[in-house]
Design a binder for this molecule. Structure first.
Ligand code: PLP
Length: 395
């Protein structure tokens, strides 16, 4: 017996649901990769990426996923033997650091936790102790998609400034760009990176990096540069070189359309939509948690991200069974607990092309699964979400 039919609903943190307009934008023939129309599209996307990152700096588009953008950011500014400081708050900054390590960069991890955000004071203390200025770059994520934490990038930027340290501040916005404020210039970020498949509502396969003048100056002396990722190679007038080869035309059609939708909505409105829907999810989870089995992975409410909520389950209960029920019976795909939370958590993504029916439907299905699987939970999670939205979204 199932109530699944029609479209499967992805509540995973990427790839996310793509708007129909974005899907349709790709349903056309390729275009001449030397045409002025494509050159203009590239220029417009680069411009709009810089707007999204809130920077005057230049943006680069790569045919890659987030891992590629990590590598692009690292190879352009570092040399073998350089040291970077990785700020732990889950899985992804650690992954970025692992890529650096594999390239011959020395990696120091500022120990954090999977259950709370990076502490800016700890960053400042570590940087003050680096009297020899050995640390060349600081790597951190704005939202860690595994733990569900949101880091206060502005405060970390202030901490770096307070320590008077000149390390490059490099920020991963893969799970946050287009979903919440990001202020590259105002927060003192030197290199920012992101990808197409989450808040950007486009297919996986495009990666973005923005680099300010300081980073581009250091780039001129970086020893890890390789032709594909190299910023200088991509900066000339020749359009073909902007992609180090053939342009990914269909992905660009999709991204152009997705960006148009995002700007049409307005960045502030999109951020507010994410905040409201995330809070609805949190109201539901908070209610279910009263049953003593479910809980928030992130201890402090203000450190829970607006794009993904990581829900822990007590020992003896099985998140995979819950996910399986949601998927097989109802066609809703939840995110799996990953890394340290493997087998102990599930994730509800609320990023990108999401609206009230999608989120309330997802919450309804989870509550249905909790009931069907006899998992103890506080009653009325969906009610709490609906009541919250009904009060917050005024008539
Ligand atoms: C915050 C963050 N950074 C980087 C990545 C890596 O991106 P990709 O899987 O596209 O390589 C992810 C993927 O989920 C992510 O969530």
């Amino acid at each position: 017996m199932v109530v699944r039919a029609g479209r499967e609903f992805l509540a995973i943190p990427g790839p996310t649901t793509m708007p129909d307009e974005v899907l349709r934008a790709m349903h056309r023939p390729a275009m001449d990769i030397y045409s002025p129309a494509l050159e203009e599209m590239t220029a417009s996307i680069q411009r709009d990426l810089s707007t999204l990152f809130a920077t005057k700096a230049r943006s680069y588009i790569y045919i890659a996923n987030g891992h590629g953008a990590w590598e692009a950011a690292l190879t352009n500014v570092l040399s073998r033997g350089d040291k970077v400081l990785v700020l732990e708050s889950g899985r992804f900054a650690i992954g970025w650091g692992a890529a650096a390590s594999a390239m011959g960069v020395e990696v120091e991890i500022l120990k954090g936790s999977w259950s709370h955000a990076v502490r800016p004071a700890e960053v400042e203390a570590r940087l003050r102790a680096d009297t020899q200025r050995e640390i060349k770059a600081i790597l951190v994520v704005q939202i860690d998609t595994a733990s569900g934490v949101v880091n206060d990038i502005e405060a970390i930027g202030r901490a770096i400034k307070a320590a008077k340290h000149d390390a490059l501040f490099m920020v991963d916005a893969v799970a946050s760009l287009g979903c919440m404020p990001f202020e590259m210039d105002a927060w003192g970020i030197d290199v920012a990176m992101s990808g197409s498949q989450k808040g950007m509502m486009a297919p996986p396969g495009l990666a973005f990096v923005a680099a300010n003048d300081r980073a581009r100056d250091i780039h001129t002396r970086a020893g890890l540069r390789t032709p594909y990722w190299d910023w200088t190679e991509r900066e000339g007038a020749e359009h073909y070189k902007k992609y180090a080869g053939t342009a990914p035309v269909h992905l660009l059609f999709a991204l152009r359309c997705a960006m148009d939708l995002l700007f049409e909505e307005g960045l502030e409105a999109a951020a507010l939509r994410h905040r409201l829907l995330a809070e609805a999810v949190r109201r539901a989870v908070g209610t279910w948690a009263q049953g003593g089995v479910l809980g928030f992975n992130i201890a402090e409410a203000r450190e829970r991200s607006d794009t993904v909520t990581t829900v822990t389950m007590a020992k003896g209960s099985d998140p995979v069974a819950l996910q399986r029920y949601c998927n097989e019976k109802c066609g809703v795909v939840l995110g799996t607990g990953i890394g340290d939370l493997l087998g102990q958590a599930f994730r509800i993504a609320h990023m990108g092309h999401v609206n009230a029916p999608m989120i309330l439907g997802t919450l309804g299905v989870i509550e249905m699964a909790l009931t069907a699987l006899r998992i103890p939970h506080g009653a009325g999670g969906v009610d709490a979400a609906v009541t919250y939205l009904g009060e917050a979204v005024k008539a």
